[in-house]
Design a protein around this ligand. Structure first.
Ligand code: FMN
Length: 213
């Protein structure tokens, strides 16, 4: 049993403000600004985001690490045969959520996913530490395995084989957004929420609006 009454836990958010007139007009640039501030503040895991997918009306989510962001979208790396990888084949729509608690900020990103090119995945795979490459080769991510020993055997086999080639089932996924929401906590729960929406994901033609908190 919990020793603390969590219903009584409260915190006022008073770190900052967000204004639709002063926010950067391109949401990727605004995101980069906030991510730079999260990095500067030396938050733990500032690139960690929750990735939500929906397969056959069945939502699921998990944490991933953002590895790049530019005007095309938000890229993370994973095993294409994993649960999320398979789910995104059946339904490519996804949502990313970043929460920077110390800055009292949340960013919600919704859009369609696509695989990055094999050459782009190769370039990132090669930049990873050698044992991370081996574990990507070894782990049948999201599959049931017998026990811990089985995983360690698979890893050892990979280390013995000594290949640094990217497995074709491992690579990058880009979320190409049509909706990005920036949330800044404010006192008395009157938070700032500024959203960017666009009709055509091939254009940087974003409409800005404010939502009630
Ligand atoms: C801090 C953190 C970072 C993670 N980064 C990644 C990542 O970048 N890619 C990835 O595939 N899984 C990552 N994971 C593991 C996932 O959360 C998840 O367990 C795994 O991808 C399997 O998810 P799935 O079965 O839904 O496909 C991370 C977990 C944590 C807690």
């Amino acid at each position: 049993m919990l020793k603390v009454d969590i219903s009584s836990l409260r915190r006022e958010y008073a770190n900052g403000t967000l204004d639709e007139s002063s926010i950067l007009k391109n949401p990727f640039e605004q995101f980069q600004k906030w991510l730079a501030e999260a990095l500067e503040a030396q938050l733990p895991e500032p690139t960690a985001a929750t990735l939500a997918t929906v397969d056959n009306n069945h939502p699921s989510c998990r944490i991933i690490l953002l590895k790049s962001v530019d005007l095309k979208g938000f890229v993370f790396f994973t095993n294409y045969n994993s649960r999320k990888g398979r789910s995104l084949v059946n339904n490519p729509y996804a949502c990313l959520n970043f929460y920077w608690a110390e800055l009292e900020r949340q960013v919600r990103i919704e859009g369609i996913t696509e695989r990055i090119t094999a050459a782009e995945s190769d370039a990132y795979f090669t930049s990873r530490p050698v044992l991370s490459r081996m574990s990507a080769q070894a782990s049948p991510q999201s599959e049931k395995i017998k026990n811990r020993e089985q995983l360690e055997e698979l890893f050892e086999q990979s280390v013995k084989a000594g290949s640094s080639v990217r497995p074709s089932h491992w690579g990058g996924i880009r979320v190409v957004p049509n909706y990005i929401e920036f949330w800044q906590g404010r006192p008395s729960r009157l938070h700032d929420r500024v959203i960017f929406e666009r009709e055509d994901i091939a254009q940087q033609d974003w409409q800005i609006a404010r939502l009630a908190p």
